[in-house]
Design a protein around this ligand. Structure first.
Ligand code: NAD
Length: 373
């Protein structure tokens, strides 16, 4: 299960197991790389079938965060945490406060945020015990729900892809196949509709389908399996990962794949296959980084304008990545990794100068949002 060889090969710095039997807390924090700053990434709660499975997940996810922060130009490292448990039965104030106390003991090397099955309410319990958490409720000086910022970033990525494909960023009269109309998908639909794009959508939740139909009466609904076969210009996966796979890749007839879902390519080779088919793939972990950008400024004092300005940079970075992919004749997915690795390498090289005692990275200030609940 655990091996240092594995940590060496994936590049992790630290993995911490936290346990508190009184509230049944079983948490693993993985700090992948802090070259650029403290490791920031969400905490996920999941009823993992085994501890080995939880460890595998947290190692993979934390490495992804290093790349995401690096390519997004953030001064943050990569980290992630998992709490093993059933979110319907095992959540309690004590569990999250115990977890918060453990995070405090890491002294800011890891900063948590929301991830799957962790709500703003849970974050507030963590925040009672530590400042090293973000995604805090707006009422407590935080940035609140990240979905609108994630959606804005995805929209900027779609616009950059449209610009590259059609020479114009507008989505007017373009058909966007939207898979998943949850928090991000719905916000994205608003931006697409305002820009004149047409939406064909699907979702497995009856409730979300109905809500979406009420808000977007002109959007066309298709059954979940049918979304890959519709006539579309852009496929926007906003539900789950690995939807570009051996089955779907020959069915999706579009010019652009760009959405919020993480890890959209089932395997790396699907990036090359999209390229061969002349389908432009927007770098998933860059264009969905708006939520991360948004929470990252909580420590300097969050505000909407600052956050949106930061998220807007996704347009230019997406075009930079397309250029690398073209210049080096590699798939966009590889070019995205390359841009992240180049930044990490460059920043490692400038860290050889001794700065004297007390100097160092300025993040997180932890000075602005210092009041407690
Ligand atoms: P969400 O849970 O609010 O919405 C997901 C929607 O997808 C739900 O309505 C769900 O019913 C639907 N869905 C699930 N499986 C489906 C399927 N097979 N076919 C069609 N629909 C299906 O999640 P979200 O916050 O909107 O996030 C969407 C995606 O973006 C996720 O993959 C998430 O990991 C990723 N993401 C989200 C954020 C964020 O800020 N929320 C940030 C980065 C990445």
């Amino acid at each position: 299960m655990f091996s240092f060889e594995k940590l060496y090969s994936m590049g992790h710095e630290e993995v911490v197991f936290f346990s508190e039997p009184s509230c049944n807390l079983k948490a693993i924090v993985a700090i992948h790389d802090t070259t650029l700053g403290p490791a920031l990434g969400g905490t996920r709660m999941w009823p993992y079938a085994s501890e080995a499975e939880a460890l595998e997940d947290v190692l993979r996810l934390s490495r992804g965060m290093t790349y995401k922060a690096a390519v997004s130009g953030l001064n943050l490292g990569g980290g992630k945490a998992v709490i093993i448990g059933d979110p319907k039965k095992d959540k309690s104030e004590a569990l999250f406060r115990a977890y918060g106390r453990y995070l405090e003991s890491l002294n800011g090397r890891y900063i948590s945020a929301e991830d799957v099955n962790i709500s703003v309410h849970d974050i507030d319990h963590i925040y009672t015990e530590t400042n090293y958490v973000c995604g805090v409720d707006k009422a407590h000086g935080g940035s609140g729900n990240p979905a609108p910022y994630t959606a804005l970033g995805v929209f900027r990525g779609i616009q950059a892809s449209a610009f590259k494909t059609w020479g114009n960023r507008t989505l007017k009269d373009k058909v966007i196949a939207l898979q998943g109309v949850g928090s991000v998908g719905t916000e994205l639909a608003r931006l697409i509709t305002e820009d004149g794009g047409k939406i064909i959508f699907t979702d497995i939740s009856e409730e979300n389908v109905q809500r979406f139909k009420n808000e977007f009466p002109n959007a066309e609904y298709v059954a979940p399996e049918g979304i890959y076969d519709v006539n579309m210009d852009i496929y926007a996966p906003c539900a789950l990962g690995a939807t570009i796979n051996d089955d779907t890749i020959n069915r999706i007839k579009c010019k652009i794949v760009a959405g919020a879902a993480n890890n959209q390519l089932a395997e790396d080779r699907h990036g090359q296959e999209l390229k061969d088919k002349g389908i432009l793939y927007a770098p998933d972990y860059l264009i969905n980084a708006g939520g991360l950008m948004n929470v990252s400024i909580e420590f300097e004092g969050w505000n909407d304008v600052k956050s949106r300005r930061m998220v807007d940079t996704i347009f230019d970075t997406t075009l930079d990545i397309f250029k690398i992919a073209e210049d080096e004749n590699i798939p966009v997915s590889k070019a995205t990794d390359l841009l992240a690795e180049r930044r990490l390498d460059a920043m490692r090289k400038i860290q050889t100068t001794y700065l004297g005692k007390g100097s160092g990275h300025r993040f997180p200030g932890s000075k602005v949002r210092h009041h407690k609940i």
